[in-house]
Design a protein. Structure first.
Lengths: 341, 289
């Protein structure tokens, strides 16, 4: 997650904003289910033992119901209302049925944003997984000191708070004094005297992409490395003796062993990138000319910027539905892992 | 056991003479490390540069460090209000989450009851809640209840944001404490509450620590919600301050980088301490021995 950076993929999905989310953590392995206590009521206890667990979980469930479930329901309700500037100010409730949805689904702008978000997510996740896995493999082959150095660099990138890293990237890509323009000039490219990286939506999104890849790769790479250390050296030795190439070893030994890791991490990254708001919004406010908006930013700007709160709620609902579809795959994977649940 | 045997093959590997392959490996590792550390390094170094060394077409790599950018950044109107708001919101949210989660995760880890699996599933799903896309609804709810620009409302939201994750991790930590310890305490005459307080709780300290740090990072970083709900400057936090800093200061990149550094520093420091757990957890179950 930032914290959003984020557990290890196997047991702690987390919602750290973006990669802050990346920061979650897996608890130590729990003892197997057989250790669960069947608690006979021992000694004097004022509460009947049957009620105790419910009392203990009640505050948590209650707060989630009020501040998570209710807003989700409210979101759906809002999406069936007309809520533009007038209704917003007069606080009227005007029901419009499915109008917001039909309007959206018939709107080419909406589909542009959907396609943009999907492509953006796909490219991002592909790069994150390939680069992350590559660096993970490299970490496994490095000497001790070099490995420490590289992991430290990765941890710094992982830990950077999202808002701070967005600000830094804006500075790196600054038109006048940015170090990236200087680098491009030094490398001999022309046209980077005062190149404005935020001139087009495409170029803005490329910078968001670099930022997201930079921030998400450490999570994948370090977990990949941790996973690799669990594969016994015998397997490599055996592969080597059979004369397998490095490429072959990867697909025959590493990948099958780490398949659950790859699956779970890929889905986590898809979910995180698809709903990334801060990185895209803070980079250039969805601009120029709304050309770098992804779905979450689109919803925000439709609501706050355009005063179409009903439509914005409908966009949110559709985005959440897409996320739920992705998550159902993810949960299936996790539940397979968590037999202990 | 396995650890005593392990060094042997490794020694063989390191004794190998320098080959083209190993040079390529180390050089690429250095390059990758440089790429990943560079933005962080550039933030620090820019924040220490005097104004005239920043506004140069070709970047200056050696300079005399100065703290004038930090004076500019902290001298901003309401800076200390933002610091106070950020701290209040994150610390209260995390403490509240710990308290509520401790009760819930104790029940979920230690007691078999009807509906337990269902609740675990709910917690797991709540962890993935798409908060970024819920801002519109949250805004309407806050407005209807006159809770816009309210620090308590923001605290409550952040509390629920970090709660599922806190329950999930603490449940793991509690489950890892052997039941026998608790039973022994009860046989020695402790009530269940005392057994929890005197036996489990002290053993949980490291778990509580790292869980709360991850919660802290999540809440400290949060941006979408505060952007939507708290538009009054007095009720904003450091995240909003930072994103609007550069616009407010024209192009004073030195001060902007000083502000980013101030914002990032607490997180960078605590994260270095807990990241081992974040990574190690995945393999913990697979280590043989």
């Amino acid at each position: 997650m930032t914290v959003d950076s984020q557990g290890t993929a196997n047991a702690a999905p987390q919602d750290a904003p973006g990669r802050a989310a990346g920061k979650s953590q897996t608890p130590p392995p729990a003892p197997s289910g057989s250790k669960e206590v069947l608690q006979p009521s021992r000694g004097r206890r004022s509460l009947p033992s049957g009620l105790l667990p419910y009392l203990l979980v009640a505050p948590a469930l209650l707060s989630m119901a009020v501040l998570l479930l209710y807003p989700l329901i409210r979101n759906v309700i809002l999406s069936f209302q007309e809520l533009n500037r007038k209704e917003f100010i007069t606080r009227e409730t005007v029901w419009t049925g499915f109008d917001n949805y039909t309007e959206l689904l018939g709107d080419s702008e909406f589909w542009t944003v959907v396609v943009r978000s999907v492509v953006f997510t796909a490219v991002n996740v592909f790069l994150i997984m390939v680069i992350g896995a590559g660096i993970g493999l490299l970490l496994d082959r490095l000497g001790k000191k070099m490995r420490l150095l590289l992991s430290l660099a990765l941890v710094f990138a992982w830990a950077m708070p999202i808002v701070a890293s967005v600000t830094v990237f804006r500075w790196l890509f600054d038109e006048q004094f940015g170090v990236v323009n200087w680098l491009m000039r030094t490398l001999g490219f022309s046209g980077y005297e005062q190149h404005n990286w935020f001139e087009t939506g495409f170029s803005t999104l490329v910078i968001c992409l670099i930022l997201l890849v930079w921030g998400s790769v450490p999570f994948v790479a370090l977990n990949m490395y941790a996973g690799l250390t669990t594969i016994g050296t015998e397997l490599y030795e055996a592969a080597k003796m059979d004369g397998a190439s490095g490429w072959r070893t990867f697909w025959a030994v590493v990948f099958p062993n780490l398949k659950p890791f790859f699956m779970i991490t890929t889905f986590l990254e898809i979910i995180w990138i698809f709903k990334a708001f801060t990185q895209v919004y803070a980079m250039n406010l969805g601009g120029p000319d709304r050309a770098s908006e992804t779905l979450p930013v689109f919803a925000y700007i439709e609501g706050v910027g355009q005063f179409h709160y009903g439509v914005a709620a409908a966009i949110s609902v559709l985005t959440i539905l897409m996320l739920v579809a992705l998550m159902s795959f993810y949960f299936r994977l996790i539940l397979k892992q968590e037999d202990e649940l | 056991m396995s650890s005593t045997i392990a060094p042997a093959p490794q020694k063989l590997r390191t004794r190998k003479k320098i080959t083209a392959g190993s040079v390529a490996k180390n050089v690429s590792a250095l390059l990758i490390a440089a790429v990943f550390i560079f933005p962080v390094y550039w933030m620090f170094s820019s924040s220490l540069k005097p104004q005239h060394e920043i506004m140069t077409k070709d970047p200056v790599f050696f300079f005399e460090p100065t703290f004038e950018n930090y004076t500019t950044a902290t001298g901003v109107d309401l800076f200390w209000t933002y610091v106070r708001n950020s701290l209040t919101v994150t610390v209260c949210a995390v403490l509240l989450a710990l308290l509520i989660a401790l009760a819930a995760s104790f029940a979920l880890a230690r007691i078999r009851f009807k509906g337990r699996k269902g609740i675990l599933l709910v917690v797991m799903m709540a962890q993935m809640a798409p908060w970024e896309v819920m801002v519109i609804a949250m805004y309407m709810i806050s407005r209807d209840n006159d809770m816009l620009n309210s620090i308590p409302m923001l605290t409550a939201i952040y509390f629920v944001m970090v709660l599922p994750f806190t329950i999930w991790t603490l449940r793991g930590f509690i489950a890892a404490v052997p039941v026998e310890l608790e039973e022994a305490a009860q046989i020695d005459g402790c009530t269940r509450g005392q057994a929890f307080r005197k036996v489990i709780f002290p053993l949980l300290a490291p778990g509580l620590m790292s869980t709360s740090i991850f919660g802290f990072i999540t809440a400290w970083n949060e941006f979408a919600m505060i952007l939507m709900l708290n538009k009054e400057r007095e009720s904003q936090t450091l995240t909003v301050w930072l994103t609007q800093f550069q616009t407010a200061f024209g192009n004073d990149w030195g001060a902007t980088m000083a502000a980013s550094t101030l914002f990032a520093l607490p997180v960078l420091i605590v994260f270095i301490f807990v990241q081992r757990k974040a990574v190690g957890g995945m393999t913990a179950g697979a280590v043989k021995g």
